[in-house]
Design a binder for this molecule. Structure first.
Ligand SMILES: [Zn+2]
Length: 302
């Protein structure tokens, strides 16, 4: 785990002087919370649904060439995204899709449909690479090339990023800031949007926080050649997501969710999205919005 030892020199972490561990902690920090008293049109709760269209890149990013795993990725395009888009359309709900540039190049028609139906597309790396393993220059170049590629495929310039696997290098936030992106959605320091600080200074980039608890992947992924199997029934995942919403609604805050077309887009699981939207719509004063719209509202009204 080399990246956890950066700046450590020859010292073990338990030998680090205070200045050293403080510097590590303060690289990227949550600043002021951006929590409006109410959301658009007087809503008490904002609901931000998101889908990471990784498809084949989960296999490709490590140089994998497994035809079986690549076929699971293709399912994300053939079945996952269409099922999700149909559900969103039936409820007239807009969401955000984070798309690796390689996925966008493999499936440009999918991205155009996502945009045509009013959803947002954000950056999700080039080939789902791990930022913390990249040389700085390569990370910068890939992030900019990914934005250019999404723009050329979709006709819209992305304004936000979700780093692949929510992996951050010490350079990631500076690159995001320098690119003029409005927000990141990969970190976990709060339930509300917040200002992102880099070495103690506000970057102007807003964080719309995620959490593994609100991510389908942790409950459903299996590894064919290891003991790892899905251990949470879909009904329990629905219950966890519902309770996360209940808390956000009770407190008057933000409910954010991360899902994957190649993970949730199955007959026994995709109902979770439909049921959840139905349940949420049973509440008054709820605002469904893209991540970009939530960030803009929070920034302007907090
Ligand atoms: Zn991803």
């Amino acid at each position: 785990m080399k990246q956890t030892r950066q700046g450590g020199g020859d010292l073990e972490p338990w030998q680090w002087p205070e200045a050293q561990w403080r510097a590590v902690v303060h690289r990227v920090r949550a600043g002021r919370a951006l929590r409006p008293a109410q959301w658009q049109d007087g809503a008490r709760c904002a609901v931000a649904l998101s889908f990471d269209s990784d498809h084949e890149t989960n296999e490709l990013r490590d140089g994998g060439e497994s035809i079986g795993k690549l076929s699971q990725g293709q399912y994300g395009n053939r079945q996952g995204v269409p099922r999700i888009l149909d559900i969103l359309k039936s409820h007239d709900v807009k969401a955000s899709f984070y798309v690796p540039a390689v996925s966008a190049l493999l499936y440009p028609d999918e991205q155009r449909r996502v945009i045509d139906e009013g959803h947002e597309i954000g950056i999700h790396g080039w080939i789902h690479e791990r930022n913390s393993l990249l040389p700085h220059e390569a990370e910068r170049e890939l992030q900019m090339r990914a934005a250019d590629t999404l723009q050329s495929v979709c006709g819209v310039r992305p304004v936000g990023i979700r780093t692949p696997s929510w992996d951050f290098s010490p350079s990631t936030l500076a690159i995001t800031r320098d690119m003029g992106l409005e927000y990141d959605s990969s970190l976990m320091a709060d339930v509300d949007c917040y200002e992102l600080m880099l070495n103690g200074e506000n970057t102007g980039v807003v964080e719309l926080p995620v959490e593994w608890i609100r991510d389908d992947a942790v409950y459903f992924i299996m590894n064919r050649f290891a003991g790892l199997r899905p251990y949470t029934p879909p009904s329990d995942v629905f219950d966890i997501f519902k309770r996360e919403f209940d808390g956000a609604y009770r407190e008057g805050g933000l409910f954010q969710l991360t899902m994957h077309p190649h993970i949730i887009g199955y007959r026994s699981r995709v109902w979770i999205i439909d049921e959840l939207i139905r349940y949420i719509k049973g509440h008054e004063r709820v605002w469904f919005a893209t991540h970009a719209d939530v960030v803009r509202y929070a920034r302007a009204h907090a």
